[in-house]
Design a protein around this ligand. Structure first.
Ligand code: OGA
Ligand code: MN
Length: 288
């Protein structure tokens, strides 16, 4: 029997669920429908999947080349493109990255080629908590007062990976190697990106900054940049731009880092286990 895929809006301005599809058996027309839904809805949750790491890689690659994972010691044996996010422990050692996504951010905005899209597959959901929040940066940009749009139109944000360079964030006390890890990262060069970027496919303008990675504004004094960043950060995470995803077993969620910021909300603790498999599609350099 053949079922048509169904796509239903989840959030106020973005987010959709996709049902009646099996990513292990996805023809070209069905893939095109999913890709279009991804561009329209920015965050899509594809329900009821059963995917091996190899199956997740195969699906992810249809969108483009995959990124190397920065935390290589938490990848799956034989599948270096798949990172494990988890609070599980084996033989006293963490099996995955425990503090992934703990502040609002767009993935890899601190790298020379920021991520296009991130895909998480829920391997094990905790009994409580573990939601992921997403904020729509097209809606946030459009809702800015015109004078603010004018003020930021030609400004660039400075994006840094080390948490030790950023007064808006803290190293998670849950992460055993955290302090050393972020100390080493201080040497990694910052990246400079427009505060407003144009989406290469939809042509929509989106705010492009985050409390996790944006530490300053090029050519603007620290005091003035802090004030402007504080006000943009308060604006970008207003309730009306947010969709909060409550994970179901079998969910595969994919989001567009070019126009969405996201964060993990926590709210669970060992031995209540949350485990995700993560793949990332490489992106191009942001442009105005
Ligand atoms: C990520 C991330 C959030 C979460 O994988 O990039 O931020 O809820 N994850 O796990
Ligand atoms: Mn992330």
């Amino acid at each position: 029997m053949f079922f048509e895929m169904e796509i239903r809006r989840l959030g106020r301005t973005m987010g959709a669920e996709v049902t009646r599809v099996d990513l292990n058996h996805l023809g070209a027309p069905a893939f095109a429908q999913i890709r279009d839904a991804f561009h329209v809805h920015k965050v899509i949750a594809i329900r009821d999947q059963q995917l091996t790491p190899a199956g997740q890689i195969a699906f992810s690659r249809r969108f483009g080349a995959l990124e190397d994972q920065l935390n290589a010691h938490y990848t799956i044996d034989g599948c270096p493109e798949v990172l494990v996010l988890s609070n599980d422990v084996r033989d006293g050692k963490p099996v995955g990255l425990i503090d992934g996504g703990d502040y609002w951010h767009s993935d890899s905005s601190h790298r020379e080629y920021p991520s296009m899209a991130t895909i998480l597959f829920a391997v094990k959901n905790p009994l409580t908590g573990g939601d992921t929040e997403f904020a729509d940066m097209v809606a946030a940009y459009e809702a800015l007062p015109e004078p603010m749009k004018g003020r930021i139109a030609h400004l660039n944000g400075i994006h840094a990976v080390s948490k030790l360079k950023n007064k808006r964030v803290q190293v998670s006390p849950r992460r055993p190697d955290g302090a050393d890890f972020y100390e080493r990262q201080k040497a990694i060069p910052d990246q400079i990106w427009p505060l407003v970027r144009t989406h290469p496919v939809t042509g929509q303008k989106a705010l492009y900054l985050s409390p996790r990675f944006t530490i300053g504004i090029e050519g603007v004094s620290a005091a003035e940049a802090d004030q402007l960043l504080d006000s943009l950060i308060a604006h970008q995470v207003r309730d009306e731009f947010i969709y909060r995803h409550q994970w179901r077993d079998g969910d595969l969620v994919m989001w567009d880092n070019r126009c969405v910021i996201h964060r993990a909300t926590g709210g669970y603790s060992y031995p209540d286990i949350r485990t995700m498999h993560r793949t990332v599609i490489a992106g191009d350099k942001p442009f105005r």
